[in-house]
Design a protein around this ligand. Structure first.
Ligand code: GDC
Length: 336
C-alpha cells in the first residue's frame, strides 16, 4: 500500500483519475490533482486534496510546476473517448503525446521517484483483432506495431518513451494497458462515451420514454473484455508497487459480445427486450479484443473480481440517477 507519499495525479478530473485519488486518499497520502478541465467539470472532487490545478499539461512549464517536490506521478491524462470519438479525432488524440513527453521531462528534472503511464488496449496490432472470437491479447502482441490509428499510435509511442526515460535516465516507470474500463462517474453521453455507458444510457432512455428500440453500432457481434473501475484501481496500484517495468494488461477474463452486454443491461433494467437497430456505418473499431491476463496473475497476483453483470448494475444505477437528477442538463458528465 502506498502510504504517506506526495502524489500528483494528472487527469484528476477524469473517470479513472477521480477514482484513483479517492483510493489514494485512504492511506494518508498527500494528493495534488491536475486536469485541463475547469474544476466544475471534474467527475469527482475531494476536499482532502491539497492542491487542485486546472491547467494544460501540453505546456511544459505547467508540468514543471506541478511535479515539483512530489514523490510519485500518475499520468491518467489524455484526450480520448470511445470509438465514436477516437475514430473521428485522430489529430486530437495524437497531441496527448505532448502531455506524456512534457511530464517525463519534468519528472526527470524534478527527480520524481516513480512514474505511471496509462496506456490502452488500442496499442495492440490490429491484424490480431479481426475475428470476433479471438484469444486474449498477450503483451507481446503489440508488436510488430500496427495499433489503432491515431489514439493507439500515441499510446504505443508514449509507452516506448517511458521505457527510454527509464533506460537512459533511470526514471522508474510502470505502464498499464487498460482494457475498456467502465463504472460510475464517467462519461455516458455527448460523444466520448464507451459502449458500456452508452448502452446503459440508451436502455435507460428507452425505458423512460417508453420506446421499443435502441440504436447499436455495428452488428453487435463484436467482442470485448470490460473491466470495472474498482478492479482497475486495484490492478493499477499493484502494478505501481511491483518491480515490473514493461507494459501489463489490466483487464478482465470475461469476453462478451456487444449483443450479450445489451441483454445483461436489459435484464438489469427490467425492460422487455428492445428491438436492435444495427447501424453498420457507425464507428466499430476492431472486431474482437480481449485481454490475456496471465502476466498480471503471475507478477501482480491479481485478477479481476467484479463480474460484468455486477459492474454494469452499479454503472446503470448511477447513470439512471444522474439522468433523473439532471434531465438533459448533463454538461458535467459530457464535457471532455
Ligand atoms: O466505444 P467502445 O467501448 O470502444 O466500443 C466497443 C464496441 O461497441 C465497438 O465495436 C462499438 O461500435 C460498439 N458499440 C455499439 N453501440 C454505442 O452506442 C455503441 N456507443 C459506443 N461507444 N460503442 C458502441 C476502446 C477505445 C478506448 C479505450 C479502450 C481500450 O475501444 O475507444 O478509448 O482505449 O478501447 O480497450 P472500443 O472497445 O472499441
Amino acid at each position: 500500500m502506498i502510504k504517506n507519499k506526495k502524489i500528483l495525479v494528472v487527469g484528476a478530473g477524469g473517470f479513472i483519475g477521480g477514482h484513483l485519488i479517492n483510493r489514494l486518499l485512504q492511506n494518508k497520502n498527500i494528493l495534488i490533482a491536475a486536469d485541463i478541465k475547469p474544476k466544475e467539470y471534474w467527475f469527482q472532487d475531494f476536499e482532502e486534496v491539497k492542491n487542485h490545478y486546472s491547467m494544460d499539461m501540453k505546456d511544459i512549464n505547467n508540468c514543471r510546476k506541478v511535479t515539483k517536490d512530489v514523490d510519485y506521478v500518475f499520468n491518467m491524462a489524455c484526450n480520448m473517448g470511445g470509438m465514436g470519438f477516437i475514430e473521428n479525432n485522430k489529430a486530437e488524440c495524437m497531441q496527448s503525446v505532448l502531455i506524456n513527453t512534457n511530464l517525463l521531462i519534468s519528472c526527470k528534472e524534478n527527480k520524481i521517484k516513480k512514474y505511471f503511464f496509462s496506456s490502452s488496449a488500442c496499442a495492440y496490432n490490429k491484424s490480431k483483432q479481426q475475428k470476433a472470437n479471438i484469444e486474449g491479447l498477450k503483451e507481446e502482441d503489440a508488436y510488430p506495431a500496427d495499433p489503432e490509428d491515431g489514439y493507439g499510435w500515441e499510446k504505443l509511442f508514449s509507452e516506448r518513451m517511458c521505457r527510454h526515460f527509464m533506460e537512459d535516465y533511470k526514471l522508474p516507470v510502470r505502464v498499464a494497458r487498460y482494457h475498456n474500463i467502465y463504472g460510475p462517474y464517467g462519461t455516458f453521453d455527448g460523444g466520448r462515451e464507451k459502449a458500456p455507458a452508452a448502452l446503459c444510457r440508451k436502455v435507460i432512455k428507452a425505458k423512460k420514454n417508453n420506446e421499443k428500440k435502441i440504436e447499436v453500432w455495428g452488428d453487435g457481434k463484436q467482442t470485448r473484455t470490460f473491466l470495472y473501475i474498482d478492479d482497475c484501481i486495484e490492478g493499477t496500484l499493484r502494478l505501481f508497487e511491483s518491480d515490473y517495468t514493461e507494459p501489463v494488461n489490466i483487464g478482465s477474463d470475461e469476453q462478451v459480445s456487444i449483443n450479450k452486454m445489451i441483454e445483461i443491461i436489459e435484464d438489469i433494467s427490467g425492460t422487455n427486450k428492445l428491438q436492435r437497430e444495427y447501424k453498420l456505418d457507425k464507428p466499430k473499431g476492431v472486431r474482437g479484443r480481449s485481454s490475456n491476463n496471465d502476466l498480471a496473475k503471475k507478477i501482480l497476483k491479481w485478477s479481476f473480481k467484479i463480474k460484468l453483470k455486477a459492474g454494469l448494475k452499479k454503472t446503470y444505477d448511477w447513470i439512471d440517477s444522474e439522468v433523473s437528477k439532471h434531465g438533459s442538463n448533463l454538461s458535467r458528465y459530457t464535457k471532455s
